[in-house]
Structure formats: structure tokens, C-alpha cells
Write a protein that binds this ligand. Sequence first.
Ligand code: GDG
Length: 475
Amino acid sequence: MHERAETGRIVQVSNRVALPGETQTGGLAVALAAAMDGAPALWLGWSGRMASDARLPLETLHSGRIEYALLDLPADDFDGYYHGFANRVLWPLFHYRIDLVDYHREHHEAWLRVNRYFAEALARRLRADDTVWVHDYHLIPLARCLRELGVSNRIGFFLHIPMPPPDVLRALPVHRDLLEALACHDLTGFQTRADLDNYQHALRQHGITRHGRSGAFPIGIDVEAIAAQARSAEAERAEHDLRASLSGRRLAIGVDRLDYSKGLPERFRSFERHLESGAASAGQLTYLQIAPPSRIQVPEYQDVRRELEGLAGHINGRHAKPDWTPIRYVNDSFPQPVLAGFHRAAAIGLITPLRDGMNLVAKEYLAAQSPADPGVLVLSRFAGAAEELVEALIVNPHDPDAVAEAIDLAAGMPLRERQERWRALMARLRGNDVGHWARRFLETLRAEPRLRGGGAMTTALAGPRSGALTGDSLR
Ligand code: GDG
């Protein structure tokens, strides 16, 4: 109690807030809840509603020691901020998809205005001893806006998505401004060592010497909670029905937001290659892909959805039997405990994004396995998780033959090897769960000397405390 009073509140800011009891598709909610665990906290984010005037309409709710502040966003700027700049410029660019970037100056300006709006709402609620933790690409300029308003609290930032190399970043006309905004934080955190290197490289290339500390903090999951959910799911109807429906075949599973970064068309084609391969396991596996639609207003998401519908129809049309469909493609979301049961029922986890900051589903699949008969994870080398999960079968998602071979290898892997790999992977997950991640980030941030006078930046580049990706890391 005394210690908490000394350290002050944790103030988290993210585009969306997950209210207690709400189910969200996306890893942020669990992670941020873990970060606030037990401490007095404020969580500020968009309410999901538009404001038509400039009154900064803010609704607050309380649950235990956490206060939720929900901000309506200006209707005129919302589209440019969210769909325009965040999700049609930053998301594709940071996932190395320059071809999908659709940059408009006015969207960038709307994005900056909305960040200022967030900053004004937050600044008036901040106390002197609060520690501010900002999440993700929507809010990169927030700290700079707060400094301009005279806020001198410690401010950390965590980028949940990949940080591209300087040459990719340069495709963005405002890349220098973006880097300067990232550098404004007392601590800027990334998912992997490779992301951190890209950031530091870009700072050096641009001669940006005024910056705070930076580090790699690979995010984790709540390992024991997922394992417990998966154990209890065995007694539940949903898992029982799924197992019964397999008629003796084994299950491969993928769970992804329907997003072009997740490599779903490539995965479907790889599964088709597996079906055509003549391998021992061909015809013995059913592939269940759960893909809840997301960002449905963005055209590129509509495109990938159409492509997947075509592919699933094509592959099933060619390979289905009267009593068997090789791909079950489900555009729906399920409660987390149901998903944990589905993972446990699956002999293979197929997680093959073309680019992913971390990929929590890969970790959740592992945590849900039965120790007596664990499944095998087939994981893309381009997921941040591949830096840690080296005992998985690591594949290149652009090579359908290699992915098909990995599927067959996973299907035939002897129990002993599966257990050895799984135990090693679980030791890593437990050594760096979501609680470790949050504590490590906050401790690093709070160890920084406080800024003086709202603006002077420290110049030290990431030192030995921040750089290395060790066994313990955060999202
Ligand atoms: C971003 C980065 C990074 C999925 N379907 C359902 C459902 N989910 C949950 C999963 C998992 C979360 O959503 C997805 O997290 P991912 O990490 O896989 O991917 P993104 O949403 O793209 O998250 C990513 C992450 O942020 C964290 O930093 O790892 O790289 O892109 O927890 O289980 N949850 C429920 N129903 C579903 O149908 N309840």
C-alpha cells in the first residue's frame, strides 16, 4: 500500500479500452489488465462513439482500483485518424506492405489532431506522480503533444506491431517526424531485438540524438490461465462436439483476426499443397481456420476476405469427400475459454503470418496443450514469437512446399519429441509471461531519471539494461 502510494498510478492510453467483462478480439486487453494488476490505475481510450462538438466528452467508470476514462472522438477527424492514417498507412507500412500504403496528407493531419485531442483529455486528469504508458501505432505522437502541454511525467511507449527497417520506413513522407515522435518517450519498447535494431538504426541514419531509452520487451500471455481454461474445456460441449465431428481424423488449427498480415491465403495454399503431396498424413488432417473479421470498412480487408472465400471453396471443391471437408473456414469469434479448448483438441497449430509483431495465438496454442499428448506448433519465421519459440517448426510462409512438409512432419512427430519440444517452449512461456512483461517495462520506465521542465530529452542510446532480448520480455 505504502509502496504503491510512492510510485503513483499507472496511466495507460490505448486506442480502445477493454471494460471489465467485455470480450475483445485482440491481445491488448489481457496485456493491459496485467500491467495494472493490483495497482491504482487509469486507462484512457476511445469510447467507440463520435463527438460532434469540441467539449472533450469523457465518461468515467470505476472497477476496483482502476478508473476507465472513455473519450468520444471528433467525428470530422475520426476516419482520417483511424481508417485513413493508422490502418491504411501505418499498419501496412509497419508490416512491410508498402504496396498497400494509401497516404493522404489530410489523413495524417487528422491523426495528429486526434492525438492532440487525446493529450488534452489526458493532461487534465494527470497527477504529478503518475507514470504514463502509451500503447501502439495509433498514438505515436501523444507523448510529444503531452510535452507541449507542459506534462513532465514519465512517459513510456510500446509498439505492438513490427518496426520496419529504415528503407521501408522512408516510403512514408512524414517518416522523420514519426521517428522524432517515437524518440520523445522516456522509454520506447519493441517486441523483438530485430525491431529494436531497426529503430536504433533509423535514429542513427537520421542523426536524431535527442531520444529516451529504448528496449526489446517481447510480450507474453497469462500461461496458467490459458492452461486452466484448456483443461476445463475438455468437459465442455464445444470441445466435445468438435472432437466428435472429426471422425477419427486429427485437427490442425489456425486462429487469426482476418488480416492480410496473417498470411491466410498463403496458408490455405500450403494446406492444399499438403493435400496434394501424397504424404502419409494427407487426407488424415482437418484444418479449422477461425478468422473473425476485423476493420471491415478498409478495402484491403474486404479483398482478403473475398480471396479466402474463393480459395476455401476451390480447395474444398477439389478435395472434399461426401463425409469430409478438408478446410473448415469460420468467420466468427469465440470466447477465450472455448478457443483454449479448440487449441487443446488440435494436433497441429498453424501460425504462419507474413509479418507479426509477436503473435499471441502461437503462445496460447502451446499453453493450451495437454502435457501427456502435446500438439506441434508450425510457426512463421516472420512472427516476433519466432525469436523466442525456437523449438517450434519454424517455416517460411512464402514457401508452400516447405509449409506442407512441416505439416506432415508435425503430423508424424513421435510423442517423445513432441513432449521435449513442448516442455522447452513452455519453460520459455512461463519465464516470460504477461505479468513479467508488464513489470519489466514499468520497472525500466520508472528507473529513468524524471524529465525536467517538460521536454528535455535524455540522449543515451539504449544501454545494456534495455537492448538485449533475454528470456524475459514483454509484448
Ligand atoms: C497485435 C499484434 C501482437 C482471436 N480470435 C479470437 C480471439 N482472439 C485473440 C487471440 C489473441 C488475440 O486475439 C490476437 O492477438 P495476436 O497477437 O495473435 O494478434 P493481433 O490482434 O494482430 O495483435 C500482434 C499483439 O498485438 C500483442 O502485442 O502479438 O503481433 O498484431 O489473444 O486469442 N479472442 C476471442 N475470440 C476470438 O474469436 N475472445
